[in-house]
Design a protein around this ligand. Sequence first.
Ligand SMILES: [Zn+2]
Ligand SMILES: [Zn+2]
Length: 264
Amino acid sequence: MRLRILGARQGESLTTHYGAFLIDDTIALDAGSITTLLRLDEQQRLRDVVLTHHHFDHVKDLAPLGLNLRNLSSDAQVNVWCTELALMELRATLFRGNFWIDYFTWPTPEHPAYLHHAVVEDKPFVIADYRFRGIPVPHPLPTLAYEVIGPDGSTLLYTGDNGKGAGAAWARSRPGLLVTECTVPNALAEVAERAQHLTPALLEAELEAFRSAAGYVPTVLLVHVNPAHEATIRAEVAAVADRLGTPLTIAEERTELVVPPATC
Ligand SMILES: [Zn+2]
Ligand SMILES: [Zn+2]
C-alpha cells in the first residue's frame, strides 16, 4: 500500500497546505489539498474520499473538486465516506445552495457528483481491496481515525485531529504506520488541551500509552504541523524521539512512502 502525502500542515500558503493523503492514487484520506496539489488528471483518478471530520481544513477542496470533475466529464461521480453528521454540516456550509453547488444532490439526487456513504464508528467497511474501520478519537467535533488494511496486509492508522487520550484509541489497532498530528509546540499546551490537539509532550504520553498497551511503537509520521511554530515543534519532537528511542518523522509535503508491515 502506497501513501502519498499531499498537504500536511495546519496552515495554508504557497508552500504549506492542509492535510490530504492518497492511498494508491485512488482513495483520499481527508480533502484539505486534493485539488490544490493534484493535477486535473490525478483528480480524475480519485474514486473515494474518506473524511475524518468536518473541520474546514480537512474538507475544503471538496468544493472545487466537484466542479473540476464535472467540467471534465458530465457523469463523473466520487464516493464520499463520512458520518451523517459531517454530511449534514457540509451541506449546511460549503455546499449550501446559494454559496456553492450541492454536489451531494446535483445534477440529480439519483446520480449526484458526490455519492455519500455513511460511516459509523467501529463498523468496518470495504473500499475496493482495502478494509476500513473508523475509530473515535478525542477532538471537539466527532472525529474518526481510520484503520486501513491494504490488499498486501499492511496496516495504516490515520488519526486526523486528536488530543489527549488518543493513545488509548490508537491501541485499538496494530498499525505498521501511524499518521497522526502534532499541531503546536509545548508552550501552547493550553491551546492544545482546549482544541484537543497534540503537542510534542502530549504525543510522547500518547505513544507511551500505545506502547504499554500494544508492546511496540509503530513507524510514526507527524502531520497537521502549524508552520508558524514548525522549528520549535521539530526540536521538541526530536527530543521526544530520543527519549522514546524511536524515530518520529515530520511529514514532508508532496512525498510518498510504502506503508511498512507492523513490527509487533
Ligand atoms: Zn479538527
Ligand atoms: Zn485540522
